[in-house]
Structures are given as C-alpha cells and as structure tokens.
Write a protein that binds this ligand. Structure first.
Ligand SMILES: Cc1cc2nc3c(=O)[nH]c(=O)nc-3n(C[C@H](O)[C@H](O)[C@H](O)COP(=O)(O)O)c2cc1C
Length: 179
C-alpha cells in the first residue's frame, strides 16, 4: 500500500513538473509572437468595416497576435511590432485624434524606428488621410511602411472587404519574414 502511495505521489510530482514546463514554453511562445495593433478612427463606420476585415486577414496568419482598438495612449505604441492605422479623410485631412496621437508620440520621444507601419481608410473623393499617415510614419518616426495604403470609397462592398482581408494577411506575413 505504502509503495503504491509513494509511486502515485512521484507520478503527480512528475506530471506537475511536466505541466509547468509546457506552460513555460507556451508563455515564452506567446511573449515572442509578433504583435500587430489595428487602430482605427471612424465617424460613420466605413473605416471600421475595413478595420474588421483587415483583422480577419491578419488572423489568417498563424503566430501573430493582434489588438483591435479605436483609441490608444501614445506609450502603448511601443508594445507593437506593427502599427496599422485606419484614417478616414475629412476636409482633405486626417482627423484630429490621429494627429494628436502622433504629436504625443513625438513629444514623448517614443522610438517607433523600424516598426512596420501601414495605413488604410475610407474616403469620398480625394483620400488624403492614409497617404499622410504613411508620410508621417516614414519621415518623422522612421517606420518601415507598407506601400501603397489601402483606400476604399465610402462603405466597402464584398470585393472591398476581400481587399481588406488580403491587406491584413500581407501585413501579418510581413512580420514573419526574417529581418
Ligand atoms: C464633413 C465631411 C467632409 C469630408 N471630406 C472629405 C474629403 O475632403 N475628401 C474625401 O475624400 N472624402 C471626404 N469625406 C467623405 C468621407 O471620407 C467618407 O464619408 C468616409 O466614408 C468616412 O469614413 P468613416 O465612415 O470611417 O468616418 C467627407 C465627409 C464628410 C461628412
């Protein structure tokens, strides 16, 4: 009886060690997974529809972690390997909240150097916002930008949503390329 109990407690102890080892490995893998931020601004929902489809595209790529947000503190940008900004065009410009975020990142001297950057957005007729976002990512923050930006006129239709998924997939795959 005593031997059986000793054997059992040995087995339990060994299982515990094994489980702890697996948990540690999983944890290490999660910590090393590249992280993508999809940050979008949308007043009437069109850029949000694009952002959702881009997220679906990113999720087609295994081994990428994605966060989907409509606001973020500048400091948080440092946590991501790629920053994807959804910017609709209003009055031939990006909206105030996007400018504010970049201003804050610059004032706080955040280093975004070398991070992958991408931009997309819905527009009506001139579509200045996404190229402006890429221009700032490039010139001010020295990010590694994906050109061209993805532009969709007003609400994305099925073909537009498919383009968004492809765009997301492309960004995800880019992060898995050896640097
Ligand atoms: C007040 C106003 C100003 C706009 N200015 C522009 C503009 O300068 N250039 C442009 O391409 N589209 C312009 N648009 C169209 C929007 O970009 C378009 O409606 C877009 O789908 C909005 O995206 P959202 O739904 O994500 O907010 C404007 C729309 C409104 C309501």
């Amino acid at each position: 009886m005593k031997t059986i109990i000793t054997q059992l407690s040995d087995d339990i102890a060994n299982s515990k060690i094994l489980i702890e080892h697996h948990l540690k490995t999983i944890n290490m893998e999660v910590q090393h997974m590249p992280k993508i931020l999809i940050l979008y601004y949308s007043q009437t929902g069109n850029t949000r529809l694009m952002a959702e489809a881009i997220q679906e595209g990113v999720k087609m790529v295994q081994g990428i972690e994605v966060e989907f947000k409509d606001r973020v503190a500048a400091e948080e940008l440092a946590d991501f390997n790629a920053i994807v900004v959804g910017a609709p065009t209003y009055y031939h410009d990006m909206t105030r909240n996007i400018k504010k975020l970049f201003e804050e990142a610059a004032v706080k001297k955040l280093s975004l150097n070398g991070k992958v950057g991408a931009a997309f957005g819905s527009y009506g007729w001139s579509a200045e916002a996404p190229p402006l976002v890429l221009e700032i990512m490039n010139n001010r923050f020295r990010m590694d930008t994906i050109e061209p930006p993805l532009l969709i006129k007003y609400a994305p239709d099925q073909a537009g949503l498919q383009k968004c998924r492809q765009f997301g997939k492309k960004i995800g795959e880019r992060l898995l390329l050896p640097t």
